[in-house]
Design a binder for this molecule. Sequence first.
Ligand SMILES: [Zn+2]
Length: 114
Amino acid sequence: MALIECPMCAKKISSKAKSCPHCKADFENLTQGQLEARRDIANIKRQQGLMTQSFIAMLVFCSGVLMYFLGDHETYVWMPLAGQIIGVTGLVWYLSLRIFMVAQKVKSKPRQIG
Ligand SMILES: [Zn+2]
């Protein structure tokens, strides 16, 4: 009995499982092609989720930069510090997402060839 990735939720399941115990996806009535199509859809959804997240992270970074450089620092004395914290948080978040996405692409390459 080998462990494979569920095509829907990517969690580890038994290769003999008729359905996924995590997301309840039913494999019994699906052909190999249908399973692959589902896996592709799940992959695209994951990628889209990551893209959305990195877009939000970029927005967070930009608003931090704006607060730092353009905020009314005399009225809001906390703004430069808040801008720094928010900007760094957004940048770290964005960069770690990009690294994660590149790592995912590298990982999924052999699967596409084979
Ligand atoms: Zn699943």
